[in-house]
Design a protein around this ligand. Sequence first.
Ligand SMILES: [Zn+2]
Length: 266
Amino acid sequence: MKIQQMKIHEIEIHEIQIQIIRKPVKNLRLSVHPPDGRVRVSAPLFMSYKKITGFVESRISWIRQHQERIRNRARETELVYAHGQTHFFQGQPVLLNVEKTTGSHSLIVQGDEFCHQSENGNPADPPNSASLQVRVRNPQNPEQVQRALEKFFRMHLTEQVQKLIARYEPILGVRVKDLGIKKMRTRWGTCNYRTGKIWISLEMAKKSPRCLEYLVVHEMVHLLEPSHNARFKALLDRYFPGWREVQKELNGGDPNGSLEWVRKVD
Ligand SMILES: [Zn+2]
């Protein structure tokens, strides 16, 4: 049997370039791709051209909407992960200092608590500001910067949370069986009472050590009491006095003040 080849060609509909890929599929499939909003249609091998273009035409406004959204997102990433931007680390603002490297990507934290450095005293910088020096192969590529930053946040956060767990396990008399760090959209952390696994949001790397400590204790107390009932609150009062204030701080929004979702301690 001869292997059927994919046939690819480009058309333009309402000033939108569309790539049509014919392949052995049953249905038409329309997709819009980052970073520039490229449009692709995969179509069955023998479907008529008219049917394909008719399908695309009926979805022009959907395409435009998605292109707009994808391009906006790309612009935001570009802005957020650019040299000189302020990010938050351990509850403090740090300046992003992006540099080019020919070696592997790395990230160095410089500043107040880490190792004091007031480099060339840029008057626009807040006094004693800390900086995150990110070395990537292509400083113009925001995804590279983002990846390096997130890798660093993940490593740092894992280390901090592990220390907190080790400290609180004998105090609470519980055992955390597993720890995971991941990007979460609506939660700072979660705890599985049955499996003993705790998940912490990667965003917590941006929060103050006090907030992180509270979150870890909160999740660990869930191993004693899964719901947010009176008993749970009494346990928190005992093991983390002043938790209400910290919870308020944590739920008060994102320190970045950016387009973040409201997160809750769960
Ligand atoms: Zn909770």
